[in-house]
Design a protein around this ligand. Sequence first.
Ligand SMILES: Nc1nc2c(ncn2[C@@H]2O[C@H](COP(=O)(O)OP(=O)(O)O)[C@@H](O)[C@H]2O)c(=O)[nH]1
Ligand SMILES: Nc1ncnc2c1ncn2[C@@H]1O[C@H](COP(=O)(O)OP(=O)(O)O)[C@@H](O)[C@H]1O
Length: 213
Amino acid sequence: MDHSPPQRRGVVLILSSPSGAGKTTLTRMLLQDRDLDLTLSISVTTRPRRSSEVDGIHYRFINERQFVAMRNASELLEWAEVHGNFYGTPRAPVEAVLAQGRDCLFDIDYQGAQQVREKMGTDTVTVFVLPPSMKELRARLERRAEDSAEVIERRLENARKEIARWKDYDYVIVNDDLQRSFEDLIAILRAERQRRPRREHGIAAFVDRLLSE
Ligand SMILES: Nc1nc2c(ncn2[C@@H]2O[C@H](COP(=O)(O)OP(=O)(O)O)[C@@H](O)[C@H]2O)c(=O)[nH]1
Ligand SMILES: Nc1ncnc2c1ncn2[C@@H]1O[C@H](COP(=O)(O)OP(=O)(O)O)[C@@H](O)[C@H]1O
């Protein structure tokens, strides 16, 4: 087994947006592109499962007692209450991915993004996804048809507060054309992978060999 350190540090790529702006769709597109080799951080949540979701793939659905137990055992890298439910990121899988110098993708809210940035520092890259209009945001939530009218209203009420956080992020994408947004995300990831501090170890060894030629 190869015990040498990874050639580069993994990217901690965080996507946030108000509900309905399209981050889950973009996340799924990124994961389907095998060449990108991204691993999703699968959150735990106390919210009820939607019909389109699979336990253990999109979320791990747990009850509040289990959530509190995980939080108290410091098993969560970050956690937050969003739209009246608890969400958290299990720490161990993230650490395992990053230790291999691979990249980890997070679909978490602004509270979680802030906590991860504080803990992971410059490994973190944050992207905020905006809807093209509030009218379209409502239309997308209604078209998705996964939530009750009451839940949709609550999400739209929270959207203004969430959108106000755009300034905390490294990148902002207005998700009008889905394919274009996807390509922009790939461009961000490719560029971030090449950042010198992330490649310090691998490049130093390469340059040593180069100069010894
Ligand atoms: N802080 C935090 N937020 C999360 C986590 N998982 C999901 N979220 C956020 O919780 C919010 C609600 O997610 P969800 O119920 O799937 O609804 P959606 O935004 O309409 O797809 C979104 O802003 C997610 O990004 C997590 O582990 N931690
Ligand atoms: N650029 C886009 N144009 C049109 N519809 C979109 C676009 N992006 C996402 N959608 C649709 O909007 C709905 C909400 O998207 P979703 O990814 O579930 O949002 P979020 O995860 O941010 O709540 C889904 O039905 C999705 O197919």
